[in-house]
Design a protein around this ligand. Structure first.
Ligand SMILES: *Cc1c(COP(=O)(O)O)cnc(C)c1O
Length: 404
C-alpha cells in the first residue's frame, strides 16, 4: 500500500495569509461602508512594461509560423537570454559568471525550494529570522529540520539567526556551524539589507567553514545605495561558496508571467561532486524549461527601452515606499526598510503584538498589513507594509494612519 511522505504532516499550518483574509472579510462584512486599503500584498500591481509586451507579441507570432516555431527550450535556457543575463547582471558589475553557469527557470520560489535536493539530509541549514517561509518549509518536506517546537515556533535542527532592531537586522554568525546558509538581501519581509562589506564577511565565513550560501537576490532592482551589492559575486571568493537566485517577478512584474534563474558557479565542488553538473542533471531530468515566449520577454527586460521603463516602474513603487516610511516617521513610529526594498518594517507601538497591531490598524485606519510574527518568532512586535499598491491608495492609507 502507498505510504505518504510523513514530513508533510510535520508542517505547521500556514495560517498567516488565510487568517488575514478571514479577518478582513469579517471586518468588511460588518462595516460595508468602509473602504479597506491593502498594503499587505507581496505581489506587484503595475502592468507589464510596453517594451516587454511588444517582445512577447513578436514571440507569440513566431510560434504561429512553421519557420519560426519553437518547441522544447534548451535545458539551461535560450542562449539569447543567458547571454543578456551575463552581460547586464554580471559583466556590467564586474562579476565573472559565464552563460553555462546560468540556469533559466520559471521563478525563484521553485528554485529556492528545489535547490535543497542537491544536499544530503544531514546538512544543517541556517536561516535568518524572520524569513521567507519557502526556505524552511522545503527543508521540512525533505525531512531535514527535526521536530517542531509549537511554543517557540522553531525547528530543532534549523539554526536561526535573529534579525531585529537590536542588531540592525544584520545576522550574526551562528554558534553552531551550518552547512547551508540562506540569505536574502534586500530582505523580504524586513525591507532592510546589508552592505557589500557585511556580505563579504559572510562569504569569508562560508569559505572558512565549507558552508554553501543560497543567496536570494529577488529585490536587487530596488537597491538605491552604492554600498549594497547587487550580486553576491561582487564579493571576492563567492564563486567557491555561493549559489544566487534571481527572479523577474519584482523588477519586471513577472509574478504571473513566471521567469527566474539560478547561478551555480563551476567552482562549487563538494566531495568531488560539481553542483553545476548536479543542477544541470536535475534540470534536464525534471524540468522542460521556461516558455520561449517568456524567455523573449525576459530578454526585453535588458533592452534599452525595457530598462528605462522598468526603472520608472521601480521608482513608482519606491515613491510609495517613501510615502509610507516618511508618513510613519512623522507619526512617531520606529521604521525600517523602504530604502533598498519595497517593504517597510515597523516596530509595533506600545508593546502591541503584531496581531494586536493588525487588528488595531484594520479597525481604526481600515488599512491591512502583515503581522511580523507570521515570518518567524523574531518577527513578533513588528509589522510589514508593502509599497506594491497604487500611489493614491498609499497616500490615503498614510493619511489615515497619521490621523490616528
Ligand atoms: C517574491 C520573492 C521571490 C520571487 O519568487 P518568484 O517565484 O520568482 O515569483 C523570491 N524570493 C523572495 C524572498 C521573494 O519575496
Amino acid at each position: 500500500m502507498l505510504k505518504v511522505n510523513t514530513n508533510y504532516q510535520k508542517l505547521p499550518g500556514s495560517y498567516l495569509f488565510s487568517t488575514i483574509g478571514k479577518k478582513v472579510a469579517a471586518y468588511t462584512k460588518a462595516n460595508p461602508d468602509r473602504q479597506v486599503i491593502r498594503l499587505g500584498i507581496g505581489d506587484v500591481t503595475q502592468p507589464i512594461a510596453p517594451a516587454i509586451i511588444a517582445a512577447m507579441h513578436r514571440a507569440v507570432d513566431e510560434m504561429g509560423a512553421a519557420e519560426t516555431f519553437h518547441g522544447y527550450a534548451p535545458d539551461l535556457g535560450y542562449e539569447f537570454l543567458r547571454n543578456a543575463i551575463v552581460e547586464h547582471d554580471y559583466k556590467a558589475r564586474g562579476c565573472q559568471i559565464s552563460a553555462d553557469e546560468i540556469f533559466v527557470s520559471d521563478g525563484a520560489k521553485c528554485d529556492s525550494g528545489n535547490i535543497q535536493e542537491l544536499f544530503a539530509l544531514d546538512n544543517r541549514i541556517a536561516v535568518t529570522d524572520p524569513v521567507y517561509p519557502v526556505y524552511v518549509d522545503s527543508n521540512v518536506m525533505a525531512g531535514r529540520t527535526g521536530t517542531y517546537d509549537e511554543a517557540a515556533g522553531t525547528w530543532s535542527h534549523v539554526i536561526y539567526m535573529p534579525c531585529t532592531m537590536e542588531n540592525d537586522f544584520v545576522p550574526e554568525f551562528p554558534k553552531e556551524t551550518p552547512d547551508v546558509i540562506y540569505l536574502c538581501f534586500p530582505n523580504n519581509p524586513t525591507g532592510t539589507t546589508i552592505t557589500r562589506d557585511q556580505l563579504q564577511a559572510w562569504v569569508d565565513y562560508a569559505n572558512k567553514n565549507g558552508a554553501l550560501i543560497i543567496y536570494d537576490a529577488a529585490y536587487e532592482a530596488y537597491i538605491s545605495q552604492e554600498q549594497v551589492a547587487h550580486s553576491i559575486y561582487e564579493c571576492e571568493g563567492a564563486r567557491t561558496c555561493a549559489i544566487e537566485l534571481k527572479s523577474f517577478s519584482k523588477n519586471a512584474g513577472f509574478t504571473g508571467v513566471r521567469l527566474g534563474y539560478t547561478v551555480v558557479p563551476k567552482e562549487l565542488v563538494y566531495e568531488g561532486q560539481s553542483l553545476n553538473a548536479m543542477w544541470a542533471r536535475r534540470h534536464g531530468t525534471k524540468y522542460n524549461g521556461a516558455p520561449y515566449i517568456v524567455q523573449r520577454a525576459g530578454e526585453a527586460v535588458y533592452s534599452p527601452e525595457g530598462k528605462a521603463q522598468l526603472k520608472e516602474q521601480v521608482a513608482y513603487y519606491m515613491k510609495n515606499a517613501s510615502v509610507i516610511y516618511q508618513g510613519l516617521k512623522e507619526s512617531g513610529y520606529t521604521v525600517f526598510g523602504g530604502v533598498n526594498a519595497p517593504y517597510i518594517w515597523l516596530k509595533t507601538p506600545k508593546d502591541m503584538t503584531s496581531w494586536e497591531f493588525f487588528d488595531f490598524l484594520l479597525e481604526q485606519a481600515n488599512v491591512v498589513g502583515t503581522p511580523g510574527a507570521g515570518f518567524g518568532p523574531s518577527g513578533e512586535g513588528y509589522f510589514r507594509l508593502t509599497a506594491f499598491g497604487s500611489y493614491e491608495n498609499t497616500v490615503k492609507a498614510l493619511e489615515r494612519i497619521k490621523a490616528l
